[in-house]
Design a protein. Structure first.
Length: 267
């Protein structure tokens, strides 16, 4: 049962999410739901307001494998990111961002090696979307089709590009948007934590302004709701917990075909 990996989990360092002097201006709320058709929830989310570190992960590879993979991401990666950032108060130094990206890549390699030692878990992996906030800048790192969005003054901008086969076909001009929406391989990932080839996390720095909101979510949300629906609900009210509830309720009302997770941050 992947003894080394489970020992790694049980021995992880724990840190309580306290509200420090540099974190209270950033509010958050998160919610995850089974959906209407799945028997187990392979989604996980994590928030550490003291470090301004937030992430969402969606497991893959079968019931136990998927749950374990996303659990590894949310329970192991935060400590590695903290070590990568150290005492840095800003993300302006590219070396800091590079170290965070490399911590994600190293976790992917470790997860792959451990899963290969246990045939029953071969092929397990997880998506990841991460936001690390410092001095009104957010470092967004992702692998897979979990997404990050920026809501600002009533407008919505998608920050991440899906790492899927269909996205590659779109970029190559093989498919158009209407074909991509119903393509049978639309959920086939080209990058994910635990992927067999060299991991390539994608990252970007995003400047933030007072009033901005960030949404981190799994494809159980974006597969059911379009960007316009997300835009309206993200700006509908001040209560972040209620926004998450409304997002989950709307995804389930639209079919709830997958686990669904929403994590909302507000400056």
């Amino acid at each position: 049962m992947m003894r080394r990996l489970l020992q790694f989990l049980s021995g992880r360092s724990k840190r309580e999410a306290a509200c420090g002097a540099n974190s209270c201006s950033l509010r958050h709320a998160g919610l995850s739901h089974l959906g209407r058709t799945r028997g187990n929830n392979e989604d996980r989310w994590f928030a550490d307001p003291a470090e301004r570190l937030y992430l969402v992960s969606d497991g893959m590879g079968g019931q136990f494998a998927g749950e374990l993979a996303s659990r590894v991401v949310v329970e192991v990666l935060p400590a590695e990111v903290r070590k990568a950032v150290g005492d840095a108060e800003t993300l302006a130094d590219p070396a800091t961002s590079d170290r965070v990206v490399q911590s994600v890549a190293e976790l992917s390699r470790n997860l792959r090696r451990e899963s290969e030692r246990e045939p029953g878990l071969s092929g397990m992996g997880a998506t990841l979307v991460l936001a690390l906030v410092r001095n009104r800048q957010a470092l967004v790192v992702h692998m897979g089709d979990s997404r990050a969005y920026l809501w600002r003054a009533g407008e919505l901008r998608r920050l991440t590009k899906d790492h899927t086969l269909v996205q590659l076909l779109l970029e190559g001009g093989v498919l158009d948007q209407s074909q991509a929406a119903t393509h049978p391989a639309r959920n086939q990932l080209s990058r994910f934590v635990g992927m067999p080839s060299e991991p390539l996390p994608e990252s970007q720095l995003v400047d933030l302004q007072p009033g901005d909101r960030l949404l981190l979510c799994t494809d159980g949300l974006t597969g059911m709701l379009d960007d316009e629906q997300l835009r309206v609900m993200l700006g509908a009210e001040a209560d972040l917990e209620r926004i998450c509830q409304r997002l989950i309720e709307a995804a389930n009302a639209a079919g709830g075909k997958d686990n669904v997770t929403a994590l909302v941050l507000a400056m």
